[in-house]
Design a protein around this ligand. Structure first.
Ligand SMILES: Cc1cc2nc3c(=O)[nH]c(=O)nc-3n(C[C@H](O)[C@H](O)[C@H](O)COP(=O)(O)OP(=O)(O)OC[C@H]3O[C@@H](n4cnc5c(N)ncnc54)[C@H](O)[C@@H]3O)c2cc1C
Length: 376
């Protein structure tokens, strides 16, 4: 290990992506000593829609991080586009940003370092040990081990927290591919284009670049082929230079029965997550990280597990609803008609999506939307 490296830490975090860095910052705020190990080289990139919703921006803010305007592109709401119909609504409050993952990573890693987090890059974690974790086979002692190693988490398996049986088969697994195009954003909205068996997200990430992410259940479908289903979008991108190569990832909605065992605890995508269609994964990770920071300080992991379960409920419900309308084209057409003719319905759903409003608002929005659908 590096010379002068302390031989024992309060918290060892496996994975220096958004969830790992956010947890490190939250734990440092309680005065805990924290080391983060990631196998990759910063700034770390990852296939993502790169939209940070207002609740995500706020959650970052609570961790002391502000997104520099020069690194991101603000957008004011969401636009749905389906079969020639468009519906759009602004966020009830707060800013949302399109931000390249590499920029987000740099901002977060710089902040973590400034908070006193020890960052180890190109340091793959190879296993757990009764006294800590193994980095390239060498023991690093720590009181707590946090698995923030993403969807395919090894820590989850090592700690015996992987789901079994039907959940483990992951029938909801979906496949995503993203690419950047050099073109000026044509709208102040993040767009979600609904296709027959796929969806495409377009997020403005700078004043000369957009991020385009395809999500579908078809492992073989690529952006190039899927774009044919979206003539308007295709025309917008036709002459745009490619600004990145196509990169793929998997996404799913998954909740775990347990997110800790002994002194190993999971956060971010490693701890379950929501389908990328929601654009809520980062926000969820930041909120979990803030909670976990408190619970690492108090040692109350049962409390973390309870709060974790409560946090994922709303985004998981939104994911289920969005995937339901994705699968039923007739219902989707009706919903789009309602959203177009009654922008308040869409605004109400969007407010709910980003966690604004009370449970009563959610129920009344749901009833109003149901009624409009019946009339449509
Ligand atoms: C196509 C797509 C689009 C998305 N769009 C959005 C969006 O628009 N908005 C949004 O909020 N969310 C979006 N998400 C979700 C979001 O990307 C994730 O929720 C987020 O990246 C989770 O962060 P994480 O830190 O948990 O995991 P990751 O970002 O996957 O980071 C895990 C880290 O762990 C490291 N690691 C793994 N194994 C080891 C090991 N053994 N040792 C050391 N390090 C290790 C990896 O190198 C990586 O850096 C999208 C997801 C997908 C797939």
């Amino acid at each position: 290990m590096v010379s002068g490296f302390p031989n024992s830490w309060d918290v060892f975090i496996v994975g220096g992506g958004p969830a790992g860095l956010a947890t490190a910052i939250a734990a440092r705020r309680h005065g805990l000593s924290v080391v983060v190990a990631d196998g990759a080289v910063p700034p770390i990139d990852k296939p993502c829609g790169e939209g940070l919703m207002p609740d995500g921006v706020e959650a970052l803010h609570h961790l002391g991080i502000s997104i520099p305007e020069s690194d991101a592109y603000p957008f004011r709401g969401i636009r749905f586009v389906s079969d020639g119909t468009k519906a759009e609504a602004g966020f009830p409050r707060g800013a949302a940003y399109g931000i390249r993952r590499t920029h987000l990573h740099r901002v977060m890693a710089d902040h973590a370092a400034a908070c006193g987090v020890r960052l180890l890059w190109q340091a793959a974690v190879t296993g757990l040990h009764p006294e800590g974790a193994l980095v390239a086979g060498e023991l690093v002692r720590a009181r707590w081990i946090v698995g923030a190693d993403g969807t395919g988490s090894l820590v989850r398996g090592w700690a015996n927290l992987d789901p079994r049986g039907k959940t483990a088969q992951n029938k909801n697994l979906r496949f995503a591919f993203r690419r950047h195009y050099r073109v000026a954003p044509w709208t102040g909205f993040m767009e979600l284009h609904w296709g027959r068996h796929c969806q495409i997200y377009v997020t403005p990430v700078s004043d000369e670049e957009v991020c385009v992410a395809l999500i579908s259940s078809n492992q073989k479908l690529r952006l190039e082929d899927a774009l044919g289903q979206f003539p308007e979008l295709c025309a917008r991108l036709a002459n745009a230079e490619l600004a990145s190569t196509e990169r793929g990832a998997i996404t799913t909605t998954r909740t775990l029965r347990r997110v800790y065992r002994g002194r190993t605890v999971l956060v971010g995508d490693a701890s379950g997550g929501v389908d990328a269609i929601t654009g809520e994964g980062l926000c969820l990770s930041f909120k979990q990280a803030a909670l976990l920071g408190d619970c690492l300080a108090s040692g109350d992991m049962a409390g973390y597990q309870r709060a974790h379960r409560a946090l994922i409920r709303r985004p998981a419900l939104m994911a289920r609803m969005m995937l339901f309308i994705a699968r039923h084209s007739h219902l989707r057409q009706r919903t789009m008609q309602v959203f177009q003719s009654s922008p308040r319905s869409f605004a109400g759903m969007l407010a709910m999506h980003v966690g604004e409003g009370s449970a009563r608002d959610y129920v009344s929005n749901g009833i109003a939307l149901g009624w409009e659908l019946l009339k449509a």
